[in-house]
Design a protein around this ligand. Sequence first.
Ligand code: GLN
Length: 231
Amino acid sequence: GAPAADKQAKVLKVGSSIDFPPFEFQDETQKEYQGFDMDLIRAIGKEMGREVEIQNLGFDGLIPALQGKSIDVAISGMTINDERKANVLFSDPYYQSGLTMVVRQDEEAIKKFSDLKGKKVAVQIGTTSAAEVKKLEGVTVTELNTPADCFMELKAKGVDAVVNDRPVNDYFITKNAAQGVKVLDEKLTAEDYGIAINKDNAELQKEINAAFKKLKENGEYDKIFAKWFGE
Ligand code: GLN
């Protein structure tokens, strides 16, 4: 068989913050990580002929892990932006997202982002939500580790709203319809997700983009999209 070193070189080390359904999450009944990003990176790895190994890291630890080279890529619903581009490379965009807001079902005072003045808002630490909400005037921002922590805080009335990525809010509302929260229509931003890659590894960036392009062309991307978003 192949020497151990060869086999080692083939493993694509992936980091993800497994707290972002339907992009990455762990279902109690299954041992494998689930979600759109998980299926996408496994398909990309397969296309590249590399074994995919996924590590669960905190969202704010993903870029440091790339910089420290303990992972090769990060896929975690990560928005492509200039600040991050100073530290990592990104693949071509693979999903169009943006930020929306969740409030309690009986909330009357908050109907749009400008109503957040004087209110308390929970966001996930290290995210674009955290950065964007801090720009709003007069808002008290609570940064928590996961979106689930943010939604819990909302239900416990520790905050008045949660700002988070639209598809994750929509998924949460669908799954928790009876539990007294609602998502508002207004979008604070439009954002594109990309796979983050170590800044020195332009070769890997090229390979990932080539594999992704192939999956778009052969219908595999559409299949994965339909599985998680139903279209
Ligand atoms: N898209 C947001 C960001 O990049 C949130 C990502 C996440 O929480 N996984 O900051």
